[in-house]
Design a protein around this ligand. Structure first.
Ligand code: T46
Length: 153
């Protein structure tokens, strides 16, 4: 993807409407004391059965990840260290989310273009996913994504 398109896609939409299929989730933590422990489980704060867990780590501030959409995958993203800006786009509405603590998760359903930017050195993100890795589930070209969501709307 060209730099100009990528920068354009990082700009949040002017609208304040929610993006369907996107939700911020506050995870439960250790209820009985001062220990820092946060968890997600299904059933529970994770609305899908977890089939895969992966993590993006040792990112430097400004690192860009994502720039793709998924056809069927559900994901729950959390910043375990550092902070991220995540710009989510459903082809009509674009909105920016800030993840900066391990108690906060961002749920992303299918059909959402996302651009993820690490905001500081050493940032790390854990992702819970509803399916095993399948490259055929990815749409990695923004114009193809637009065609895909227009056809499936
Ligand atoms: C997403 C964001 C948040 C695998 O072999 N297995 C895996 O489970 C994953 C996630 C990736 N890969 C391979 C595929 C590529 O050759 O690892 C390489 C890097 O993957 P990608 O460029 O997709 O990485 P990110 O960080 O841009 O995106 C990842 C996820 O792929 C994606 O689902 O939403 O994290």
């Amino acid at each position: 993807m060209g730099t100009i398109l990528r920068e354009h896609l990082l700009q949040p939409s002017a609208t304040s409407m929610d993006v369907p299929g996107v939700r911020l989730i506050t995870f439960p933590g250790n209820p009985s004391g001062p220990r820092n422990l946060t968890f997600a489980q299904h059933p529970g704060s994770c609305p899908f059965e977890i089939k895969r867990v992966y993590w993006l780590h040792d990112l430097h501030g400004g690192a860009i990840r994502g720039s793709h959409a998924h056809k069927t995958l559900y994901q729950l993203l959390t910043a375990v260290t550092g902070a991220f800006e995540i710009v989510v786009d459903n082809g009509q509405i674009r909105r920016s989310f800030h993840l900066d603590r391990p108690t906060l998760g961002l749920l992303l359903g299918p059909g959402l273009w996302r651009v993820i930017r690490a905001l500081c050195d050493g940032s790390a993100m854990v992702v819970l996913a509803s399916a095993c890795y399948d490259e055929d589930d990815y749409i990695r070209d923004y114009e193809c994504f637009k065609e895909y969501v227009d056809l499936n709307r």
